[in-house]
Design a protein. Structure first.
Lengths: 454, 710
């Protein structure tokens, strides 16, 4: 199933210092284990945290080529373009763009011929801020000298004039990268987008507008004039990855490059990774992850948790580590919170669950919950006593603070606290799971929880 | 505080003006109604007077200053005829022969002179198309104009009220001018002397001559020597009179003192403590250099009734911004496909605009007729995006400019504003003013200046053609921007042609209030979306016989685009993309090197197909299951909306059916959020947890189709 015989090369993965170090230590190839582990941690962590761009992108060659050609034409021919990169979160949109830019910068013709402006919809929340940022990144504020930047209107006129002055053959092309592109579409009148696209469709300074977004319906957000000016190029990053490729990816992500200083350690490590990937239980866990989500960011999260368990005493990743990491990834956080509740609070939650069952999800108030609880005490309980109303109220408020219950919209302030309507934000399965794991839970309470009605 | 003062200051002046004007009008009406003449009457002289100040008498043949935009350099002209018109001669008009100042000459023509112009030099203006009629109210005072022979040196004189004529200017060349044409026949009468000429130069009616003979009223005024009330306020007129005296000492130090500021400080300094400040600053010439914000504001406000003259020190204009120059030359297109791509880019300007001949002709004749007739007008152009509205107007202007250069029509000034390229509708004023005069002003100030410019008599003004793109963005609640834009062309002397462009055909009916819509008028034009034949022609004309496309491929693109939107931009973009695809597949031995059907089909698919179905196919197993769970729950509820909790129950059941391990709530929520981020689902804010409501953003059929195919 897996072609484990061909080892991929990772010539650029290691930092320069590593290469120098490897040359120096080539004679005495054996490093102490502690040093090796340190290096492994560093190399792999850089990979998982996406601090280092991969050498070569896998699975998106066509998109890579399209984008590279497009931006190269802007830089070399001065052709204005606009394009959107669309794909789900964690699909590698930014990585694709960064790789293209990195490779573009390597070309001599492009190097000094491309100005870049990076904007992010989460940072530049309106056009005023965006314009200031563009001016700053283009170093145009030097032109104005020490004059403090004027109004929004002046700023816009200034920038438009700057772009209008240019022409295709003589001015330097500008690349605009708009991260979270959909947020720019919510700016007033979409002034920024209109102007950028308008410049890209008229004989002014050559610009390339690259929008990055995860929304598939992004074109519907554009106003019709803005839409008409957009070139309608969209690069979709939708991975049609299958499980075999996914496993292969896990394996490449974990293996060490050839340039690793200690050859022997690297071989042992890679062999360890190979056996890990062939393990049945590991495959099951990875299959579950793959079913849940195909994006690599969540995979990196999982592998990072495994990696953190590697130490000098245990210099390989064992299947048990992966199982543990997977358990942590899939842990239900709200159910975990239930473990920390007092018995009274737990009883109230169970009472709410019964109320939900009886009234089919209608909201409840403290009084109803307390009554339900008292009914239970009256009928079955032998381990629990009744509590004073204020104590129950306190427990109820604690549950609200934890956001395990949430007031119904629009019923706040006016109503007395006991009668305020609430909803439970827990699923039945979560409550049952928490009860199973609750330390020393009284049996009668468990039975009460499991009984059908009250 | 200062700001407050200033508003008060301004209002007070306005008030004074109003009161004074109404007083004078009443006085004047009283005088004139006695004659009961309705025919135009010619006069040989006018006396301009303001109460409390001595009169100025204007005779025919005299040289005068006429109020213009620039307060320090008023227009110069010679009176050729004076007459009264209308009900009780309320219109007092004069015909003049214009002189032109050096500052009014086009900068690029100055080199024709071949020497440095003298600051007090003026030129005899011989141009047919200029308006010779002026309102008497705009006359400021007499001036001395002396003729010099072309070889004589200019006399050395500090007297600013004497101007010298050597040459004439007919908007193309300078010529030597005859002294008899220029020199005034008579020296202007001193202001205090009694009127010398009492008879109308052309007795047009007996009653008129009779009335001239009989002195009436205590003032013994005759229609030949009427007192014309001036549009200027009392303060202004007084200033224009005091000016010559005052200027001799004031201008010696600061050239180009602003008259009105001075006068306001003079007349109102008792009321306003700030005046001395303003004056001293003015005299030092430091007007613009100020750090305090309030003073700056004061200046902005005071500029409303100040006019900036080119002679005074101005704010240094913005250093013109520009994008840095590229270090390496652009590469020229190397092969046919690259060449085609360059030509098909929307930005490349074609030699001619095909398929819009009729519209072009209509707009051209409209604008041309307005320019030739020296009138104004509005036109409304509508059409969906990408139908060539702006391009056609630009083409029209280009042709008109060419015609103007060839002297077929009078020259004109073209200004373009775009509603989308401004941050606020009121910025329209600022941009128009800036493009018209280069001045910078706040929106309110700019509105006042423009209002003045378009309503006042402005001799020797070129017609202005104003293009307002994306008109609907100029909508404000009171619609005053639109109102002004359509009101100005209707003014008698505005000579403004406004071309407006927007997308919707019924915009005037939909968003404009009646008085705005009525001013816009009924000159409308709508651009229809291009038909497939037209689109084909557009591409063909752009390619210009370059053989890069197969016939069928072109037809496919144009038919497809015509069916969808008729947007020419779309059509060109698709063609451009098709050339790229063709280039990539060039390695294929079967390819002909031309862009064929398959390439165009691929480009069309890329641009028009929705990504939803692919996105669902590429989603993970749990995400697909969740979508199915949503549909199942919708079916069960009979509604198009469900909470996460409800869907999750279905999801658990589906997991069991599919033989997968049921997932936890946290994981389920994560799956749901991922689908929400792609907008396959529409979600409520995530803090609601399991209570958030879910809707589908794709049709159920699409989901079934996508999931069935595997």
């Amino acid at each position: 199933m897996l072609k484990l015989t061909c080892f991929p090369t990772f010539s650029h993965f290691a930092v320069d210092s590593h290469i120098i170090m490897s040359k120096r230590k080539a004679r005495d190839a054996h490093l102490p284990v502690g040093e090796c582990i340190k290096q492994v941690q560093q190399i792999l962590r850089e990979r998982f945290c996406e601090r280092r761009l991969p050498d070569r992108l896998e699975g998106v060659e066509a998109q890579y080529k399209h984008l590279l050609e497009l931006l190269r034409r802007t830089a070399i021919h001065g052709e204005s373009n606009s394009v959107l990169i669309v794909g789900p979160r964690g699909a590698g949109k930014t990585t694709l763009l960064q790789c293209v830019l990195r490779d573009l910068q390597k070309e001599e013709k492009v190097q000094k011929n491309l100005l870049q402006v990076h904007l992010n919809g989460l940072l530049q929340t309106d056009d005023r801020i965006a314009l200031k940022e563009i001016t700053r990144q283009l170093h145009l504020e030097n032109v104005v000298g020490d004059k403090v930047f004027g109004s929004f209107a002046e700023n816009l006129a200034f920038l438009l004039e700057a772009l209008k002055k240019g022409n295709r053959s003589s001015s330097c092309p500008v690349l605009f990268v708009l991260d979270e592109f959909d947020l720019f579409a919510h700016h007033k009148n979409q002034t920024l987008l209109y102007n950028l696209f308008d410049v890209s469709q008229s004989a002014q300074a050559p610009i390339a507008v690259v929008g990055v977004t995860c929304r598939l319906d992004v074109l519907e957000l554009l106003e019709k004039r803005v839409k008409s000016r957009f070139s309608h190029r969209q690069i979709h990053l939708l991975s049609s990855l299958n499980f075999t490729q996914y496993l292969e990816r896990v394996w490449t992500q974990l293996s060490l490059p050839d340039s690793f200083p200690d050859k022997k350690f690297a071989q042992e490590w890679n062999a360890g990774v190979k056996t890990l990937c062939e393990d049945k239980s590991v495959e099951e866990v990875l299959q579950r992850h793959f079913n849940s989500s195909k994006d690599f960011r969540s995979l990196h999260m999982l592998l990072m948790l495994c990696l953190s368990r590697v130490s000098v005493a245990k210099p390989t990743i064992k299947p048990a580590d992966l199982l543990e990491a997977s358990r942590m990834c899939f842990a239900d956080t709200t159910a975990n919170m239930l473990h920390g509740l007092s018995i009274l609070e737990l009883c109230l939650v169970i009472a709410m669950k019964h109320l939900n069952d009886v009234y089919e999800g209608e909201p409840f108030n403290l009084q109803m919950v307390h009554n339900e609880f008292k009914k239970f005490l009256h009928r079955k309980s032998n381990s629990m006593y009744n509590f004073e109303q204020p104590v129950v109220m306190k427990a109820f408020e604690h549950l609200q603070q934890l956001e395990l219950i949430r007031p119904v919209d629009g019923s706040s302030a006016k109503v007395q606290r006991e009668y305020q309507l609430m909803r439970l934000t827990l699923d039945h399965s979560q409550i049952m799971e928490a009860l199973q794991k609750y330390p020393q839970c009284p049996t009668d309470i468990k039975q009460w929880a499991m009984s059908a009605f009250g | 505080m200062e700001v407050l003062y200033h508003f008060f200051h301004r209002n007070l002046e306005e008030l004074l003006k109003c009161i004074f004007r109404s007083l004078l009008v009443m006085f004047w009406c009283f005088e004139m109604t006695r004659f009961e003449i309705l025919m135009p009457v010619c006069f040989s002289s006018f006396a301009i007077s303001v109460e409390g100040l001595s009169k100025i008498i204007i005779n025919t043949g005299q040289d005068i200053f006429i109020e213009g935009c620039d307060e320090d350099n008023p227009y110069v002209a010679k009176v050729t005829r004076l007459y009264g018109d209308g009900e009780s001669y309320s219109h007092k008009l004069g015909f003049v022969q214009w002189f032109i100042r050096v500052s009014e000459l086009p900068v690029n023509k100055l080199k024709l002179l071949g020497r440095e112009p003298h600051p007090q030099e003026i030129f005899y203006y011989e141009c047919r198309n200029c308006d010779n009629e002026v309102n008497v109210e705009s006359i400021l005072r007499p001036v001395k104009v002396k003729h010099l022979d072309s070889n004589d040196p200019f006399p050395d004189s500090a007297d600013k009220d004497t101007l010298y004529v050597k040459l004439s200017w007919d908007s193309k060349v300078f010529r030597v001018v005859n002294s008899t044409v220029v020199e005034s026949p008579a020296e202007p009468a001193p202001a205090s002397s009694p009127p010398s000429c009492l008879k109308p130069s052309l007795p047009m009616s007996p009653s008129c001559s009779q009335s001239a003979a009989t002195p009436r009223g205590p003032s013994r005024r005759t229609p030949a020597n009427v007192e014309a009330e001036s549009l200027h306020s009392a303060t202004k007129l007084s200033a224009s009179k005091c000016l010559s005296a005052k200027r001799r000492n004031a201008t010696a130090r600061t050239p180009g003192v602003r008259k009105r500021l001075e006068l306001s400080s003079e007349c109102l300094h008792k009321d306003f403590k700030m005046q001395p400040l303003c004056r001293t600053r003015e005299q030092q010439g430091y007007i613009y250099i100020s750090n305090t914000k309030s003073y700056h504001h004061f200046l902005t406000v005071s500029l409303i009734f100040l006019q900036i003259s080119p002679g005074t020190p101005q704010t240094p204009r913005h250093a013109t911004p520009s994008i840095p120059i590229r270090s390496l030359q652009t590469q020229q297109p190397a092969n046919i496909l690259e060449e085609a791509r360059a030509r098909l880019h929307v930005s490349s300007v074609p030699e001619s605009l095909p398929c819009r001949e009729q519209e072009f002709q209509d707009i051209y004749s409209f604008v041309e007729s307005k320019i030739v007739d020296n009138t104004g007008g509005c036109m409304y152009i509508s059409g969906v995006p990408g139908t060539g509205k702006t391009a056609t107007v630009h083409e029209v202007i280009r042709c008109l400019q060419h015609a103007a250069d060839m002297d077929e029509i009078p020259s004109f000034h073209f200004i373009e504003i775009n509603g989308m390229k401004m941050t606020d509708p009121h910025q329209a004023y600022v941009q128009i003013l800036q493009k018209l005069t280069g001045q910078k002003a706040t929106p309110d100030h700019a509105a006042v200046l423009l209002e003045k410019r378009f309503s006042n008599l402005a001799p020797r003004k070129e017609t202005i053609v104003l293009l307002v793109d994306e008109l609907d963005l100029l909508w404000t609640r009171k619609q005053n921007v639109m109102y002004n834009l359509f009101e100005w062309p209707a003014r008698r002397h505005a000579r403004l042609v406004v071309l407006t462009i927007a997308n919707t055909m019924d915009l005037p009916e939909r968003i404009m209030i009646n008085r705005v819509a009525s001013r816009l008028g009924l000159t409308r034009m709508s651009f229809q979306p291009y038909s497939f034949k037209q689109l084909q022609e557009i591409i063909m004309s752009r390619l210009n016989k370059l053989k890069a496309f197969e016939e069928d491929a072109l037809q496919l693109v144009s038919r497809k685009v015509a069916a969808l939107s008729g947007d020419a931009r779309r059509c060109l973009d698709i063609c451009r993309r098709a050339t790229e695809i063709c280039e990539h597949s060039a390695a294929d031995p079967s390819s002909t090197g031309l862009v064929g059907m398959s390439h165009v089909m691929e480009a069309l698919n890329e641009m028009f197909s929705s990504a939803y179905i692919t996105a669902i196919r590429c989603a993970s197993t749990q995400e697909q299951l969740f979508l199915r769970a949503v549909i199942t729950e919708f079916r069960r509820l009979g509604l198009e909306e469900a909470t996460f909790q409800q869907v999750f129950v279905q999801h658990q059941a589906l997991c069991r059916i599919e033989g997968l391990k049921p997932i936890g709530v946290s994981e389920g929520l994560a799956v749901c959020q991922r689908l929400g981020a792609c907008r396959l689902l529409l979600l409520e804010p995530s803090h609601l947890g399991v209570l958030q409501r879910i809707r589908l953003n794709v049709s159920q059929d699409d989901i079934f189709y996508a999931l069935k195919a595997d």
